[in-house]
Write a protein that binds this ligand. Structure first.
Ligand SMILES: [Zn+2]
Length: 494
């Protein structure tokens, strides 16, 4: 991760400044002597950066150098406790949370080689200079940031294999992706791949440096270069099988790019000079933040990371406008979907049974069901996809616009009935979308064998919320009775 102006305000909070640092030795049970992998982890101020270190009878090898001076002091004390020499430090990429501790480490262990490829080493100075500028790491961290830069003293070519402290390491460059260059270090004997920030396990993938296209290409290449049962040790968070983390991270980057491409392809999102307008940027940020919910966001929150990624990918796509291949989706499709944009986002809501046949004698306490719903543009903005999740059932919706027939079509699939239900309809004068399954004919049969058709009404609701009413008909669509109402009550992502 690279620091961003937004982060500074967060760092000023005493809560974060007082956060404790987790620093300790952990040995995965699967790793048997004579080599053990340990980790030291920083706190939110350094985005929970990891320094992995490998211990053999002959000595220690460190992957990345942490950043905060107090973290590095503790790391040095931990390494010293082993009584073994630190043979080498590999630097995976030129971000200060991974190289900031080199000066202290070199002072403590002068004999340790500091190894990097020239692409990683070459970019460190620029990042460090920026860290000393107003608004940089130094301003955010004060005395915790080391002003002196220690450069790698052992440059190796990408693809080099080295024998250090009894083990075999291969270093490989993947070029610009999460950072200006991303190297990985493969430890052959343990099938362990130290990926720096080229992968991130369980966290938000950072594309703020405008290399999302290259990240999308680099990630799958890892699986080609390191096939089989390889464990990825990322620069932040826990180890994870390489194949799983690559797949997850690739999905993230794909989502970021698709959502941004959808905005660029919509003429109503652009200023006359071809830049995304403020409304489009807000929408994109909101979409990203919704997507990032549930992922670790380095203590910054989903919205802050969403803003960093949105500004990065938008700048990247704008600069490369001529090369960006946005799938040509008919402007009329986008125009058709535009009135449904109020659905986009992540919501908390309640579903009420609206059974009018129930006796009205009791104070009606409808069986309320808490539901989380999320609507995002998919396929580059060609359709919207909604997921509604309650305890007990899940519901996937696809909303599309048929230009030829000038009508909306909604596909709905739930994990209770397993019925892929197709609805068709049009927009009402009040902006609501009313679709039913009479014409498509995807009724279900009730226990008495009667054909039951369903009608869905999506309607915007003040303030900035929406409602979904579900009605049923047992006479082929002549009369309808509302059976359920879903009311979004809170937008979880601003
Ligand atoms: Zn990082």
């Amino acid at each position: 991760m690279r620091i961003h102006p937004l982060v500074h305000a967060l760092h000023a909070l005493p809560l974060l400044l007082g956060a404790t640092t987790t620093l300790g030795a952990q040995s995965p049970a699967s790793v048997a002597p004579p080599a053990q992998i340990h980790v030291a982890t920083g706190d939110a101020r350094s985005y929970f950066t990891n320094a992995w270190w490998i211990e053999t009878a002959e000595g220690l090898v460190l992957i990345d150098a942490m950043c905060l001076r107090s973290d590095v002091d503790r790391l040095i004390a931990t390494l010293r406790k082993t009584g073994k020499p630190l043979a080498a430090v590999f630097i995976t990429h030129p971000h200060a949370d991974h190289f900031g501790g080199l000066t202290q480490l070199k002072e403590a262990f002068p004999k340790a080689r500091i190894i990097a490829t020239s692409a990683t080493a070459g970019a460190m100075q620029g990042v460090h200079d920026q860290a000393l500028q107003p608004g940089g790491w130094l301003a955010a961290l004060g005395a915790e940031y080391e002003r002196r830069l220690q450069r790698p003293d052992s440059l190796v070519a990408s693809g080099s294999t080295l024998r250090i402290a009894g083990l075999t390491y291969t270093v490989r460059d993947y070029g610009p992706a999460e950072a200006e260059n991303n190297s990985v270090v493969y430890l052959h004997e343990l099938s362990a791949l130290f990926t720096g920030d080229l992968t991130v396990a369980g966290g938000a993938y950072f594309i703020g440096e405008q290399h999302s296209r290259l990240a999308q290409l680099a990630l799958p290449k890892l699986l080609v270069d390191f096939p089989g049962a390889v464990t990825s040790y990322s620069g932040h968070f826990a180890p994870m099988p390489l194949a799983a983390v690559v797949q997850e991270n690739t999905e993230q980057v794909r989502f970021f790019r698709l959502a941004a491409a959808a905005e660029f392809a919509d003429s109503s999102s652009l200023t006359p000079s071809g830049v995304l307008n403020a409304a489009a940027m807000r929408r994109l940020t909101r979409t990203y933040a919704a997507f990032l919910r549930g992922r670790n966001t380095y203590g910054m929150g989903a919205v802050a990371v969403a803003q960093m990624n949105a500004s990065g990918v938008v700048a990247e796509m704008r600069d490369a406008a001529a090369q960006v291949r946005v799938r040509p989706i008919h402007q009329q499709v986008r125009a058709g979907l535009r009135p449904l944009r109020y659905l986009l986002g992540r919501w908390r809501g309640t579903q009420f049974a609206a059974d009018t046949s129930a006796t009205a004698t009791t104070a009606s306490a409808p069986r309320a069901l808490d539901i989380i719903s999320e609507f995002v543009p998919v396929l580059g903005g060609a359709a919207y996809e909604g997921r509604m999740t309650a305890s007990g059932y899940r519901f996937v919706l696809t909303l599309s616009y048929d230009v030829a027939q000038q009508r909306y079509r909604v596909a709905a699939l739930d994990d209770v009935s397993g019925l892929l239900d197709i609805f068709e309809g049009i927009l009402g004068d009040d902006g609501s979308l009313v679709v039913d399954n009479v014409r498509p004919g995807t009724f279900y049969a009730n226990p008495s064998g009667v054909r039951v058709h369903t009608r869905l009404t999506f309607a915007p609701a003040a303030p900035d919320l929406f409602r979904l009413d579900v009605a049923e008909s047992v006479d082929g669509g002549t009369t309808w009775r509302t059976v359920t109402q879903y009311q979004a009550s809170q937008r979880l992502v601003p």
